[in-house]
Design a binder for this molecule. Structure first.
Ligand SMILES: *[C@@H]1O[C@H](CO)[C@@H](O)[C@H](O)[C@H]1NC(C)=O
Ligand SMILES: *[C@@H]1O[C@H](CO)[C@@H](O)[C@H](O)[C@H]1NC(C)=O
Ligand SMILES: *[C@@H]1O[C@H](CO)[C@@H](O)[C@H](O)[C@H]1NC(C)=O
Ligand SMILES: *[C@@H]1O[C@H](CO)[C@@H](O)[C@H](O)[C@H]1NC(C)=O
Ligand SMILES: *[C@@H]1O[C@H](CO)[C@@H](O)[C@H](O)[C@H]1NC(C)=O
Ligand SMILES: *[C@@H]1O[C@H](CO)[C@@H](O)[C@H](O)[C@H]1NC(C)=O
Length: 384
């Protein structure tokens, strides 16, 4: 059979393509207008345009050798003196104290408790001092553009007394939102497990950055032992308001001049400076706090991200354009789903069975459209 492409066939097939483009054009991908949540205390819905999800159980941020190994995170290395750390000891933040203990590639380290390590990002405070500095750990997002958002982390804290485990947002020393666990405050016998929610503000600066002395501190007793299991700790940074949660339950809120007004970055740290008013310690054995995931849904302060949002979000009221963020679900990642992160910054965050660049929704749709177009083309060809 001789295949011939007539003018009519070309016209017909380009019409089919136009219809298909229209169909696909009206749905550029799910969640293209952002991710939503409703704050329980005031029942207000907030939508955030961008996301950064990291599944530390499956993803090695310290570099597995392939592609962009950082996944948007940077383990920190710097030394600070006791004056700067505001305690009897200085601190040595070292990359070697940050370990990705993934399921696929388990790590061991030369400390006690090695066998009982959980999968996740291990943040260590070591017990052997280095030149009057405590060996401690910290990771930061490489992006500095987190300007409002809901920030969630799965954390299992150390139970070794004398450290501070922190999940926080930071711009500078007077624009900071912290969730801090002081292991010296845990009392297993009495069942007391406080968590400290702190806004480091001008007020905190005036109190010598001693969070214990400011009204920016809210201390809440958790109804569980945070050192025996992973729980989700979360803060929502909104205009003029910060909400703090554990396992989806609202525990504290802060308003007023302490609420930051700029963009910042997210950090996780585990430290000790021996200060008897806060971290206590240093610990007498190596202490490990483990992070299973971080999920950040946020608005970016970057003009490029605003442009990207404007070009992909045509109709926020269209079905599927805005996706609700599931409440307190440790295994849910939009970036593991099909096409739920259209043209978002690629961090390869979900660790989908080791498939690390799985979420380019936009190009997937273009590819699907071409498959349809080819299929229709073949049907048209065959009819001649
Ligand atoms: C985040 O950005 C979206 C889109 O511009 C906007 O509708 C929303 O109000 C912003 N959220 C906050 C808390 O500013
Ligand atoms: C911190 O100090 C130690 C020595 O105490 C040194 O080995 C290390 O390289 C320093 N770290 C940085 C990041 O400068
Ligand atoms: C922190 O940033 C804010 C906003 O940019 C600024 O007003 C404030 O002076 C800064 N504080 C410090 C300690 O640098
Ligand atoms: C913080 O409060 C404690 C006890 O109330 C006091 O001893 C200490 O000097 C205060 N610290 C600062 C920096 O004001
Ligand atoms: C949590 O998310 C996972 C993965 O998407 C899903 O299979 C599971 O049903 C969710 N759990 C709940 C309680 O919604
Ligand atoms: C996707 O994002 C990139 C980088 O931010 C931008 O240059 C590009 O125009 C965007 N593409 C679409 C289809 O929105």
């Amino acid at each position: 059979m001789k295949l011939r492409l007539s003018v009519q066939a070309l016209v017909a097939s380009s019409r089919v393509f136009a219809v298909l483009s229209l169909l696909f054009g009206s749905v550029t991908g799910d969640c293209e207008c952002g991710y939503s949540m409703t704050t329980s205390s005031d029942n207000v819905q907030h939508v955030f345009t961008d996301l950064h999800e990291t599944d530390f159980i499956h993803i090695d941020i310290t570099g597995d050798g392939k592609g962009d190994a950082s996944h948007g995170w940077a383990p920190q290395g710097y030394n600070i003196s006791s004056q700067v750390s505001r305690g009897p000891f200085g601190e040595s933040f070292a990359v070697r104290n940050v370990m990705s203990n993934t399921i696929k590639n388990p790590k061991i380290f030369d400390g006690p408790g090695t066998l009982g390590l959980d999968a996740g990002l291990l943040l260590l405070v070591r017990n052997v001092m280095q030149d009057d500095r405590v060996p401690v750990s910290e990771v930061s997002t490489t992006g500095l553009d987190y300007f409002y958002g809901t920030f969630r982390a799965g954390i299992k804290t150390t139970d070794v007394p004398g450290t501070c485990s922190a999940f926080f947002w930071y711009q500078n020393d007077t624009q900071e939102i912290d969730i801090e666990f002081l292991s010296a405050q845990f009392d297993k016998e009495k069942g007391l497990f406080p968590v400290n929610f702190v806004l480091q503000s001008k007020e905190a600066a005036a109190a010598g950055y001693d969070a214990a002395n400011t009204t920016g501190l809210r201390r809440v007793n958790l109804p569980f032992d945070p050192s025996t299991d992973f729980h989700e700790y979360r803060f929502d940074f909104l205009p003029g308001k910060v909400f703090f949660y554990a396992d989806g339950n609202l525990l504290a809120e802060a308003t007023g001049s302490g609420v930051p007004t700029t963009a910042g970055h997210l950090l996780l740290s585990h430290w000790s400076n021996g200060n008897p008013g806060w971290s206590h310690g240093p610990p007498t054995v190596d202490a490990v706090t483990t992070v299973s995931y971080v999920k950040a849904y946020f608005n970016s302060s970057l003009a490029q991200r605003h442009q990207d949002f404007a070009s992909r979000c045509k109709d926020p009221s269209a079905s599927g354009a805005v996706c609700a963020i599931p409440d307190h679900n440790a295994t849910f990642f939009f970036s593991a789903g099909d096409n739920l992160t259209p043209n978002q910054t690629e961090y390869g965050g979900a660790g989908n069975e080791g498939d690390e660049d799985n979420d380019n929704g936009a190009s997937e749709l273009v590819a699907k459209a071409w498959v349809f177009w080819l299929a229709f083309g073949i049907v048209i060809f065959a009819s001649f």
